[in-house]
Design a protein around this ligand. Structure first.
Ligand code: ASP
Ligand code: MG
Length: 341
């Protein structure tokens, strides 16, 4: 039996009407006899709404509780879709991260999936039910709810597709596919019919929001073809797959940008004492991804070092840097925000 993983993003499940549209698409696929695992994101705006509630309480909340809170968004949309499917006479079962036994490490808000228990799905699939899976969440070895980082439902979908050896992982969104540049900014941008994993990783790391970068990494490692397509169109979208399978080779595939970076600048770091390696080592330890790094030539045995990272990691990075800089006497840190590149 063909097995398909479909993932619907927040804009595809933003209202009950849109959920019905998703249910119709699912019904059409199921009528072909395809086994289906449907991964959903929270309804559009819901994750932001929940995070905003936290911000109104404190800037530095318990990470465990934030994950417990934000994971509810996906549970709502999964249950609503399952209810809609059942109301149409289609057998469906919603499953949360812990019900699916998606085991992650214990890094709240940025957890990595370690294992997916295929058995958790098998009985539902064998019974001919559509599994409606919550994206974005898992459970750590202590039983705590964890989340996979913003946009993490893409990674959930790819992980499930890999574990279940699905034929393809379809990622449904509100754009037709992957474009050569952001169509909202560049009106002449074109939709690509295909792109290879490496190119997609490059675009995702440079700010293209179509797919979470980790999902592309995972898809590449497990050779899971991803099809990015619109929920509101019959267009086949963009196939993201292995380089060898790509039909055409282009020198430049696309351009992307990112307006959500914070730049940190450290002036007067001692030269030759391994300060950069201490700094980047400590950030890596805290699971913070650094993007662009610039270091000037040393003068008077001092160096200036700048780097950018995602705004959501700002406070965590500040905490880490405070500890590291306590050793590097004389250095002071500047923080610039909102740099587009
Ligand atoms: N709901 C989560 C977010 O807004 C996960 C996702 O949509 O993929 O980031
Ligand atoms: Mg997304």
């Amino acid at each position: 039996m063909a097995l398909l993983v479909q993932k619907y993003g927040g804009s595809s499940v933003g209202t009950l009407e849109k959920i019905r549209n998703v249910a119709n698409r699912v019904a059409k696929e199921q009528a072909k006899g395809t086994g289906l695992v449907v991964v959903v994101s929270a309804m559009q705006g819901e994750t932001d709404r929940l995070l905003n509630l936290v911000q109104q309480i404190t800037q530095r909340p318990s990470e465990r509780e934030v994950d417990a809170l934000v994971s509810t968004g996906e549970q709502v949309s999964a249950a609503l879709l399952a209810i809609t499917l059942e109301s149409m006479g289609i057998k469906a079962r919603s499953m949360s991260g812990s019900q699916m036994r998606i085991e992650t490490d214990g890094h709240f808000s940025r957890a990595r999936i370690k294992r997916v228990d295929q058995k958790a799905f098998q009985s539902a699939l064998d019974a001919g039910e559509v599994v409606v899976a919550t994206g974005f969440q898992g459970v750590d070895s202590q039983g705590n709810v964890t989340t996979l980082g913003r946009g993490g439902s893409d990674t959930s979908a790819v992980a499930l597709a890999a574990a279940l050896e699905a034929d393809e992982c379809e990622i449904y969104t509100d754009v037709l596919g992957v474009f050569t540049a952001d169509p909202r900014i560049c009106t002449t941008a074109k939709k690509l019919d295909e792109i290879c994993f490496e190119e997609m990783m490059e675009m995702a790391s440079q700010g293209s929001k179509v797919l979470q970068i980790r999902s592309v990494e995972l898809a590449m490692n497990h050779n899971v073809p991803i099809r990015v397509r619109s929920t509101f169109s019959e267009d086949r979208g963009t196939l993201v797959h292995n380089e060898e399978d790509a039909l055409e080779r282009l020198v430049v595939r696309g351009i992307s940008h990112n307006m959500n970076e914070v730049k940190f600048t450290m002036r007067g770091l001692p030269y030759g004492e391994g300060a950069p390696s201490k700094i980047f080592g400590a950030l890596a330890e805290a699971q913070i991804n650094v993007d662009v790094i610039v270091q000037n030539a040393p003068s008077e045995n001092n160096i200036d070092l700048s780097f950018t990272l995602d705004q959501s990691d700002r406070y965590k990075a500040e905490d880490v840097l405070k500890v590291v800089l306590a050793d590097a006497q004389g250095a002071n840190t500047e923080i610039d925000e909102n740099i587009g590149k």
